[in-house]
Design a protein around this ligand. Structure first.
Ligand code: AMP
Ligand code: ZN
Length: 288
């Protein structure tokens, strides 16, 4: 039995240091959920894309990432060539790699799936809305981890809309309805709440803007876990990355699903019977 600090009923998953291992029933459930959300994307006219597994620090800087979310970041680096021999000689008991042995970090693991999409669209222009769906392994340095509810590494499916302010609003509204109907069909009580992103600077201009005019809504399971969110970025990314719609900086917005959080909520709702949860997702997915 693997070492674990948190297990679900029937050992369907194990979590350690915010990193999850799922057994087959959890994998099947997560894939079935992803298939439902991907189909919603396809029905909205989204094409599927996948992006590089790492983001360039230089690119994230243009999105104010280090002003707004530096605390979430997971930088990725290499061992300095001149330190390889010393590292190889470390005693077997040594654990962390000392920072002095590491090169400066040029890349980070994504903390949201839509960054790859926004960066890919840099410098493009369109006259009709562009819809894209993507899934990514995302990483967030959280102040604590908690089972599948709060992970360091998790899977995020997103459906992104790029277009006019109105097209983005309609996109988010349509998916708010779909999430509510899907939750109801699964017997999951999901409470829709306005939210703000976890900005590093609590009085920064984007925090204040989000507080003045809520642009993010979350869907909370009864235990407070946000399983999905809708985010209106307005024309921030359009301006920063020269993404244009009808000759002006495009508006963008995304619908995001944390797949492990859905597995957690359904595991709870079906009292650990993930096979029953899977059947319910397949049934509800067909009807939603
Ligand atoms: P956000 O951009 O914060 O709205 O995140 C999008 C979705 O990812 C959320 O609605 C959650 O379902 C999921 N999520 C965010 N942070 C975590 C985390 N630390 N562990 C697991 N899922 C997460
Ligand atoms: Zn997003």
């Amino acid at each position: 039995m693997p070492v674990s600090d948190s297990t679900a009923t029937g050992n369907a998953w194990w979590v350690r240091d915010g990193l999850a291992t799922l057994d087959e029933p959890g994998v099947l459930l997560k894939d079935a959920l992803d298939a439902v959300f991907t189909r919603w994307g396809a029905e909205a006219g989204a094409r599927q894309q996948s992006y590089p597994a790492l983001l360039r620090a230089e690119d994230l800087r243009t999105l104010d990432y280090f002003r707004n979310f530096p605390h979430l970041g997971s930088p990725v680096t290499r061992i300095r060539p001149e330190r390889l021999a010393a590292l190889a000689a470390h005693p077997p008991g040594a654990t962390a790699l000392p920072a002095v042995d590491l090169a400066d970090a040029t890349h980070l693991l994504p903390s949201a799936a839509c960054y790859g999409c926004i960066l890919h669209l840099t410098g493009t222009s369109a006259d009709t809305p562009v819809l894209i769906t993507t899934v990514a392994q995302c990483f967030r340095n959280e102040d604590h981890y908690d089972g599948l509810r709060r992970l360091w590494g998790f899977t995020m499916r997103e459906i992104v809309c790029v277009g006019s302010a109105e097209a983005v609003r309609a996109h988010l509204g349509r998916h708010q309805e779909r999430i509510a109907a899907f939750g109801a069909a699964l017997g999951l009580t999901l409470d829709r709440q306005p939210a703000t992103d976890p900005f590093f600077e609590k009085d920064g201009s984007r925090t204040v803007m989000q507080l003045l005019a809520p642009v993010k809504e979350e869907y909370l399971y009864t235990d407070g876990t946000a399983v999905a969110s809708t985010n209106n970025h307005r024309n921030f990314f359009g301006e920063r990355r020269a993404i244009r719609h009808a000759g002006r900086p495009a508006f963008t917005g995304c619908v995001a699903f944390g797949l492990e959080r859905w597995v957690h909520a359904l595991g709870d709702r079906f009292e650990g019977d993930l096979a029953a949860a899977l059947r319910a997702v397949r049934r509800a997915g067909e009807g939603s």
